[in-house]
Write a protein that binds this ligand. Structure first.
Ligand code: 8X3
Length: 257
């Protein structure tokens, strides 16, 4: 069934929407919004588009967010109608490696800074230009508990999330005159592909991170994002942190033996 793009339905762009929090958020929002889904995995994007098309008008953009010219080309490929983005959800981001600073792999550092920080900035720059022109919009950045607490071997990943926190605050100040809401959602341990990516496919290592606890799931974070979007026009839920019940901080986690 084809769903017509309605004038009343807002448009939301979600980065990193091929898995985890991004995919769960797309699922949670498809009933109420038209969606631009971004990611690097074309087949996965097409599959999500097929799944959600009965509920929503879906546009997919396949590009690498860390590549400035790919970001520009992807954005410019949107029609004027699709460029009227009401909400940008900056979700794309990953951890690569967990090493003492003196042993870190510089390629991992580049990846984290290029995607989590520079990619977020590149895309926001394009979308914000249009939001500022119409004096409305909403940015939701995915932060992390790692953006407020540094843990052993987290060094550069934590730095990238501290940077996201600073960018969120900077956006809120700079966009205040333009009626643009800026929110940040900062989860603790969420069981997604996050740890598998961090440990380069080592499933056993990845599973050990969530051993003995019930972590958050991507759907838990998506629910918070939906709650933020459901708030009245006059309300900006500026910062939300969420942890699994068994997590008290980055390093204090109660595990069943
Ligand atoms: C993910 C949370 O604590 O694994 O951003 O770094 S943590």
């Amino acid at each position: 069934m084809k769903v017509a793009q309605s004038k009343d339905r807002k448009i939301i762009l979600i980065t990193g929407s091929t898995s985890g929090i991004g995919e769960a958020t797309a699922l949670a929002l498809a009933d109420d919004y038209d969606l631009i889904l971004c990611g690097r995995r074309k087949t996965k994007l097409e599959k999500i588009k097929d799944d959600l098309s009965p509920k929503s008008k879906i546009k997919t953009l396949c590009f690498d967010i860390s590549d400035k010219s790919q970001v520009e080309n992807a954005y410019e490929s949107l029609s004027d109608e699709w460029k009227k983005i009401d909400v940008l959800i900056n979700n794309a981001g990953n951890a690569h490696g967990l090493d003492f600073i003196q042993e870190g792999d510089t390629n991992d550092w580049d990846n984290m800074i290029d995607i989590n920080v520079k990619g977020l900035l590149y895309l926001s720059r394009h979308v914000l230009k249009d939001m500022v022109n119409v004096n409305k919009g909403h940015i939701i950045n995915l932060g992390s508990i790692a953006g407020t607490e540094v843990y052993a071997k987290g060094n550069v990943y934590c730095a990238s999330k501290f940077a996201v926190d600073a960018i969120t605050k900077g956006m809120r100040v700079d966009l205040n005159n333009h009626n643009i809401k800026v929110s940040q959602v900062s989860p603790g341990l969420v069981n997604t592909e996050f740890s598998e990516v961090r440990f380069k496919g080592d499933k056993e290592k990845a599973d050990s991170i969530y051993k003995g606890i019930e972590p958050l799931y991507a759907e838990d974070v998506a629910r918070v994002i939906k709650f933020i979007l459901d708030s009245p026009e006059n309300v900006n839920i500026s910062e939300v942190s969420l942890l699994p019940r068994s997590q008290a901080s980055s390093t204090v986690v109660k595990r069943k033996s």
